[in-house]
Design a binder for this molecule. Structure first.
Ligand code: TRP
Ligand code: ZN
Length: 467
């Protein structure tokens, strides 16, 4: 939906290495209106294959039918997008599943696969700045993917169903798309499952219909969503709408977790309202959570409006994932390098929650982390510069990211600090950001030279010699 252009030089370097061509100075440049193949990748330094050039998606209409018995998925993806240049073909990220048919604007399009890239060549070239619709039908047994850091994502089987989790790139395992956080879109996701099971997704539940032993659940997400935040959870869930603060709320609880998760709905409501007071208006039309039963993943995920926990969480984990709704889901990094804008902020939200609920102050928590020896993983790289894809979820991104915010708060004072948090979520609501957008805002809002602070805490690896 909204795209942050990657640095041109970098994009050119990637296009050159991928052979797609990026005219160096002095060579003939094609006229702007001549159709070319849309690039594979959007120039993300850590995930060069992810995302695609030449278009932006406005809306995904996904219809999925899942059969838990044999793990098979049958899907149709209707992708409404807009070209940003004339295209002879374009690419989508898609892993594994077989394509049955692809059309662009109603006419059959040629579909070719190369690894996780699906390239569609429409019968007719697409003009620049033009809306088009691609419809892709597919089927197969979707797979779990192993993250660069070793954790599991993609389509994960659970004891009685499945869950789809997509950070950083697992969403390509269950629908074709422009799978990079810089291209956000609205979603309508309809999931059909055997009668008696429930299919949970993002946003609000519309129609629920049963026919021929199957039930369809239609979920609607109006606000822009990065594809890594899209989710589906299938199994024996009940939808709890009893607890709610000021935002409509749906908490899906697996029946096997009902007792242990009894407090979760009220925690979600209080974390959502607490966040709204501190960070600015809640950015989506509903809040909630999904409490699953398995699989054995060791993380929770801030799936939009409905963070996923693989078993009943504790209160502070709810606070972390709800805080992501502002930091990550609404205000989304335009590049995976800037992950500290997600995790540093969500971790700092935990510190603030504890400080305001009878726990240690954020300054105390900072001191605990600062006490870790220089050999600790916490100091292994600079939070705004994760050196590789497997390190985007490393300790510095979370804890040293949060430490940076504590140092900022101490330097500029509480009033300026909390005003900046709200300005950040307002200015970039539903948008994409880079680290420099944040540091520029801090400088502008305070009139202070904060460069030394950010140099020290965000950009320099190793333990700072003074706190
Ligand atoms: N974002 C998750 C959290 O709330 C953790 C996580 C899951 C993650 N998968 C990831 C972080 C992949 C980075 C990359 O903390
Ligand atoms: Zn997080």
């Amino acid at each position: 939906m909204r795209r942050l252009p990657p640095p041109t030089a970098l994009l050119c370097a990637l296009l050159l290495t991928s052979g797609t061509g990026c005219a160096p100075a002095g060579t003939t440049v094609r006229p702007a209106d001549s159709a070319t193949a849309g690039a594979k990748g959007v120039g993300d330094p850590l995930f060069p294959a992810m995302g695609n050039g030449g278009y932006e998606v406005e809306h995904y209409g996904l219809s999925l039918t899942y059969e838990p018995k044999d793990g098979s998925l049958t899907g149709t993806a209707e992708i409404s997008a807009r070209t940003d240049r004339a295209l002879s073909s374009f690419s989508l990220d898609f892993h594994g599943l077989q394509i049955d048919r692809a059309t662009v604007d109603g006419a059959t399009a040629a579909a070719t696969r190369a690894g996780d890239a699906l390239r569609l060549t429409p019968a007719k070239e697409l003009a620049a700045d033009t809306a088009f619709t691609a419809v892709i039908s597919y089927h197969g047994v979707p797979e779990a993917l192993t993250d660069p850091d070793g954790s599991q994502e993609g389509w994960l089987k659970t004891p009685d169903g499945a869950v789809a989790l997509g950070e950083p790139n697992g969403s390509m395992a269950w629908f074709p798309g422009n799978h990079h956080p810089s291209d956000k879109a609205a979603y309508d996701l309809t999931v059909t499952v055997p009668e008696g099971m429930t299919a949970v997704s993002n946003g609000e539940l519309g129609k629920q219909e049963t026919a021929n032993g199957r039930t369809s659940f239609a979920w609607h997400t109006a606000e822009p969503m990065a594809s890594y935040l899209a989710t589906v959870a299938i199994g024996s869930f009940t939808l709890d709408r009893t607890a709610a603060g000021t935002v409509p709320q749906t908490v899906a609880i697996h029946t096997a977790q009902a007792k242990r998760a009894a407090d979760v709905p009220s925690w979600v409501a209080s974390a959502t309202d607490w966040g709204a007071r501190l960070f600015g208006p809640y950015p989506f039309s509903s809040t909630g959570a999904t409490i699953g039963s398995g699989p054995s993943i060791d993380y929770a995920l801030e799936t939009q409006t409905r963070p996923y926990f693989n078993h009943a969480p504790d209160e502070i984990s709810v606070v972390h994932e709800i805080a992501h709704q502002w930091f990550g889901d609404s205000v989304t990094p335009g590049s995976w390098q800037d992950m500290w804008l997600n995790e540093g902020f969500a971790t700092y939200a935990e510190w603030l929650w504890q400080e305001q609920h009878g726990g240690p102050t954020a300054a105390d928590t900072f001191a605990e982390y600062y006490a870790l020896p220089a050999t600790d993983d916490l100091w292994s790289f600079a939070p705004a510069k994760p050196p590789s894809a497997e390190e985007v979820s490393g300790d510095p991104v979370y804890y040293r990211g949060a430490m940076t915010l504590q140092k900022l708060r101490e330097t500029i004072g509480d009033t300026a600090f909390f005003t900046i948090l709200r300005t950040w979520t307002t200015d970039h609501r539903h948008g994409n950001v880079r680290t420099t957008d944040f540091t520029d805002l801090c400088a502008k809002a305070t009139g202070k030279n904060l460069t030394p602070l950010f140099e020290k805490w965000l950009y320099t690896s190793g333990k700072p010699t003074t706190p």
